[in-house]
Structures are given as C-alpha cells and as structure tokens.
Design a protein around this ligand. Structure first.
Ligand code: ADE
Length: 244
C-alpha cells in the first residue's frame, strides 16, 4: 500500500454530547502545543444544539424493546450536515463514526486520517445510534474489541495519535523511530528500548553499545533490541508480516 502524503495541518471536528470531557486532554502536552502552533485545530459540535425537540432530547427507546437508549437520527444528521456545509470549496471532511463495530484503528488508519487533513469524529452514546444514519458516515472506526460508554475516549485516542503524525508536531526522527513505523507497510516492529540518565540506576546499567559513541554500533544494537522486543512482547506482529 502506498502511503499518502501527510497533510501539513489537520483539523478535527468532534461531534459529541459531552465536549467538556475533552478540556484537559486537548489543552495539555503535545496536542495542546500542536493546537497553539496552529498545526492541529479541534472544534466541537453538540448534537443537542440540533435537537428539534422542546426538551433538547437526543435519545429514545428502541423499537422492539431492549435495554438502554439509542441516539436519534435527526439531531446527529443535522449536526453532521452543518459540519459538512461549513467549508464549501474547502477540504472535504472525512466523517468517522466511532463505534465498537468499526474497522480496527491502528497506525495505518492514523496515517490515513492524517492524510485526509479534515476529519469529523462522531461520538455515539447510550446503546448506539439509529441505524438509518449509517449512510451519513464515510467510515466507522473502533479502537479495540471492548465497549466504551461512548465514543469520546476513542476520539481522544484518534486525535492524539493522528496529531503525532502531523509534520512539525514532533521531531521527524521521533516518529520514524517509533513502534509501527512505517505504518502503511504493516505494523511490523516495536520501538527499541530507551535509556536516559543516570548510567547506572539502582544497579541496572545502560547497555554499553549506547555509551560507545559509535553510531554504527548504536544503530545495530537498537535494531537487534527492537527485533528482540517484538519477538518477546508481540510475536503476532512478526507472524502477520510473514503471512502478508
Ligand atoms: N464507542 C464505544 N466503544 C468504542 C470502541 N471500542 N471504539 C470506538 N468507539 C467506541
């Protein structure tokens, strides 16, 4: 698979009933700095603001019975239509439904989204959303085979991992050296171990090769250590590479 060039800037719109959940996560650290530098933009749309109901209702019981409430189609539909109509002639937004039934999020999907440049993340809540809304989405993504109480934590994970790929957010070497790089060639190898100061910590030494100052030796040690870490912790990655 050929990798698309990454967009120089990525903008996200998160469609969520709970925008306050994102305050700390998107205000701090690397995502916070990327937003300050204008490399990443994030805004929020609340489907409740698009409810046609006097009580701003957004959920209802499912026909046929069963536990829990389902998000109604109309408020979400209007919210997505509003987001899609905002930039006529601009970058076409790629609208992603976060759901445990979606395709599995990984480094390759993160790179795909980073290349889109304009991503809308729609967070479901309660027991799910009205199935008739399915055609409003371009994509459905899950962060793993477990069920969260809503898509918000999944959206945070997606924004965080896509942000790291935007040029200028991290040093290029940091992205290229990490686990699962290059993403489009399959998630083939974990990162090598890292050792900051001190040289000896509670009797545990930094491997001699890393102190040698010999770049050839250092990169050979790192490459072997990465392969060993992959064999030990994630042998499935090696198997899936051999199979492909
Ligand atoms: N919403 C609920 N569970 C989810 C998951 N595993 N991934 C993405 N969105 C979700």
């Amino acid at each position: 698979m050929k990798r698309s060039p990454l967009a120089s800037e990525v903008s996200f719109t998160v469609v969520t009933l709970f925008p306050g959940m994102f305050d700390g996560v998107f205000g701090e650290s690397i995502v916070g700095r990327a937003r300050e530098k204008g490399l990443v933009k994030v805004d929020f749309v609340n489907p409740r603001d698009f409810s046609t109901d006097r009580h701003r209702k957004v959920d209802d019981r499912p026909y046929g019975g069963g536990p829990g409430m389902i998000m109604m189609a109309e408020p979400l539909f209007r919210a997505i239509r509003d987001v899609r109509s905002r930039e006529p002639g601009g970058r076409e937004p790629w609208v992603v439904h976060l759901s445990p039934q979606g395709r599995r999020f990984d480094a390759a999907v993160a790179a795909e989204l980073a290349a889109k440049g304009r991503v809308v993340l729609v967070c479901g809540h309660y027991e799910g959303i009205d199935e008739r809304l399915a055609s409003a989405f371009d994509d459905e993504v899950s962060i793993g085979d477990f069920v969260l109480t809503g898509g918000e934590i999944a959206a945070m994970a997606v924004v965080d991992s896509v942000t790291r790929l935007v040029p200028g957010v991290l040093a290029d070497e940091a992205v290229q050296a990490e686990s699962f790089f290059p993403p489009a060639e399959g998630s083939c190898r974990l990162d090598h171990p890292h050792y900051p100061r001190p040289r000896v910590w509670r009797g545990k030494k930094v491997p001699a090769a890393l102190l040698s100052g010999d770049h050839g030796r250092i990169s050979q040690w790192r490459s072997r250590a990465a392969a060993a870490a992959t064999r030990r912790k994630r042998p499935d990655l090696l198997r899936s590479k051999e199979e492909s």
